[in-house]
Design a protein around this ligand. Structure first.
Ligand SMILES: C[S@@+](CC[C@H](N)C(=O)[O-])C[C@H]1O[C@@H](n2cnc3c(N)ncnc32)[C@H](O)[C@@H]1O
Length: 326
């Protein structure tokens, strides 16, 4: 989340920084609804565990699904879905200790998890309980704990549709969350969203749309989108449902050194560079090779502008030689 003012009050008087509230634009809610339900046409029961003002669940309500929702705050007096004012992470942890079979019987989970990070009040004030219970993925931010809780509660075959921060795709910290997803879920849609998606709500944030299904046996092609320059282009594509498809192996860096980073729209010529020794291994002493610190992260993806730093290399049988970097 881009840092602006310390307090950002939304029109309903809540401080967005404390609630992590950013309202999902309608085209995204519709995209999730259409694509989630087409993946599981027989599905009936839905949960949004951080429902806000029902932006995401409304489409399910209108089509007569059994709709259920939680939120830590009550934002309106009347809800269309079956609403409970509860803390979802508390619910997850209580449920985990109370029952043997963790899975809930929802067919669909839909969510735009809160955007707070570690310096925020919730994580600070629940530090001990969170650290104890989220050891396997860490407690860096709310969205990753939310994501993991939803995934853990989902039954086999359930569809999970999210719009969420995308740092878990590549950050080293989120390696364990990524591994958990790749080992237990099929990835159906992964669309990187433009950075101006929440600009009208004073947020400069990198998000993605992710549709998963519990169980790796459902994996087909993945529907993908690299980050578009702006919301207008992205919404046009959403309207026409015109996205690329790829094999799931094409979006996962396979070398253990890359910690299963998930990359979108990276050409094979670039991905194949990852089979080589890393520059850090080739040039451990950075004094002898002044650019080594920069180069060792190559190929560095400038995700905001969807471009690559250009690196010219010469390959010989046993070595690669960097010629220029720009
Ligand atoms: C990014 S907003 C999403 C709102 C709405 N669902 C949407 O998509 O537009 C995140 C929501 O999470 C709620 N929230 C924050 N912490 C929560 C918690 N521990 N349990 C349940 N809801 C929480 C906030 O109140 C807020 O409504």
């Amino acid at each position: 989340m881009g840092r602006h003012a310390k307090t950002v009050i939304s029109s309903d008087g809540f401080d967005r920084r404390r609630t992590g509230y950013y309202s999902t634009p309608k085209p995204i809610a519709n995209y999730l609804f259409e694509n989630m339900t087409s993946l599981l046409p027989q599905g009936k029961k839905v949960l949004d565990p951080c429902v806000g003002k029902e932006e995401l669940i409304e489409a399910f309500v209108k089509k007569g699904f059994d709709t259920n929702s939680f939120d830590i705050h009550r934002y309106k007096s009347e809800y269309l879905s079956n609403f409970r004012e509860i803390d979802f992470l508390r619910f997850y942890l209580d449920h985990k200790t109370a029952v043997e079979d963790l899975n809930l019987d929802y067919d669909f989970y839909i969510a735009n998890p809160p955007y707070n990070c570690h310096e925020d009040d919730y994580i600070k004030s629940h530090k001990l309980a969170l650290e104890k219970n989220f050891q396997s993925i860490g407690t860096l931010n709310m969205y990753s704990m939310f994501l993991y809780s939803i995934l853990d509660l989902a039954k086999e075959g359930a569809i999970i549709g999210l719009i969420t921060m995308d740092s878990f795709l590549t950050s080293f910290y989120h390696f364990r969350l990524r591994k958990y997803i790749l080992e237990n879920f099929s990835i159906h849609h992964l669309l990187l969203c433009p950075t101006d998606l929440f600009a009208d709500q004073d947020a400069d944030v990198r998000t993605c749309i992710l549709i998963l299904q519990k169980g790796i046996q459902y994996q087909k092609k993945v529907i993908l989108n690299n980050r578009d320059a702006n919301q207008k282009i992205f919404f046009e594509k959403i309207g026409q449902n015109s996205f690329k498809e790829a094999d799931v192996n094409e979006i996962i860096l396979q070398d253990p050194k890359d910690h299963f980073e998930i990359v979108v729209d990276v050409p094979e010529e670039i991905r194949s560079l990852f089979k080589y020794k890393r520059l850090g291994e080739l040039f451990p002493a950075s004094q002898e090779f002044p650019q080594a610190t920069i180069l060792s992260t190559y190929p560095k993806i400038d995700r905001k502008h969807s471009t690559f730093l250009s690196i010219k290399i010469r390959e010989t049988e046993n070595s690669i030689r960097i010629l220029t970097v720009s």
